[in-house]
Design a protein around this ligand. Structure first.
Ligand code: ZN
Length: 290
């Protein structure tokens, strides 16, 4: 792990309906079908314009035209099958990284080792169809489990949870965790750079610094001013400590107030690129920390 300078990384979980497969309803399905593609196009354009490569963690069932959601429910396949989006990522002028977000986004905390193995095998099969062999895993719902079998499926690296303080509260109590998450975003408190480290299984664990939260419901009270200030401080601290600032989100975090969300993202990218021009920071994909 080079520590010559600070770094910036961005990871995006691409899941469409799979992210909420166990609590899906018709209005969320409609939102996914209507909004996910234009948002991904917009993101890819912004990354291209700013020459910013990012890590896309993809639910492999999006590449499976016979996946159970299409076959069982006769559902709108736009929400469950998206090789078109994956193809746009792969053919973008900016060289992004494809990571795995599992085959079907089941909660690893609640499935057995055998079920996890089956999930990995299926995901590898479908990634293989697009000539990808992801070595980075982003766990569904950030449930870091079954670490002991990652290596045998070619994974060397995984994303773990926000380093922020609210996570500690969340582990203790989900309800208070959500409130602390919000307080954490509303107040321009510090956000922390992270340092990847080798875990007990010889895997590289990369925590995240901050989630670019969506702007629905009560979260609207979080201003772009406080989010940007917090993120800018985190980037500055990453430069100072020669660590990494790692932001993550889903395209669905842009469903509400998209203009304002895209403005915020562009502002963050402009700041990162300014620091890059000053030779103070480098942009990293999640497989570039070794
Ligand atoms: Zn997910």
């Amino acid at each position: 792990m080079s520590k010559n300078k600070g770094s910036f990384a961005c990871s995006i979980d691409l899941e469409l309906g799979w992210g909420i497969w166990d609590r899906i309803n018709s209005s969320s399905l409609k939102k996914i079908s209507d909004l996910e593609r234009p948002i991904c196009n917009n993101l890819l354009n912004i990354f291209e314009e700013n020459n910013l490569p990012v890590t896309w963690a993809i639910v492999a069932a999006l590449l499976d035209n016979k996946n159970k959601m299409i076959s069982n429910n006769n559902a709108d396949q736009n929400a469950w099958y998206a090789p078109d989006i994956v193809n746009k990522i792969l053919t973008s002028k900016t060289k992004h990284l494809i990571a795995s977000h599992s085959y079907s986004h089941r909660e690893f905390q609640n499935i057995s080792k055998e079920e996890t193995i089956e999930d990995f095998e299926k995901s590898i099969f479908f990634f293989n169809l697009i000539n990808e062999k992801p070595d980075v895993l982003i766990f569904p719902r950030n449930q870091v489990f079954h670490l002991n079998i990652l290596k045998q499926f070619g994974f060397n690296t995984y994303r773990s949870v926000d380093k922020n303080w609210y996570r500690k509260v969340y582990d203790y109590n989900k309800y208070f965790g959500k409130i602390s998450n919000l307080i954490d975003k509303v107040l321009p408190l510090k956000s922390y750079p992270i340092e990847p480290k080798i875990d007990n299984y010889g895997l590289l664990e990369i925590p995240s610094s901050v989630l670019l939260i969506g702007r629905n419901g009560i979260r609207q009270i979080v201003s772009n001013y406080s989010m940007f200030k917090k993120i800018k401080n985190g980037i500055d601290l990453a430069i100072k400590n020669k660590e990494c600032f790692h932001i993550w989100f889903h395209p669905s975090n842009f469903y509400y107030k998209p203009k304002s969300q895209f403005d915020l993202l562009k502002k963050i990218i402009n700041y990162v690129n300014l620091k890059k021009e000053q030779d103070l920071i480098e942009i990293k994909l999640l497989n570039e920390f070794n």
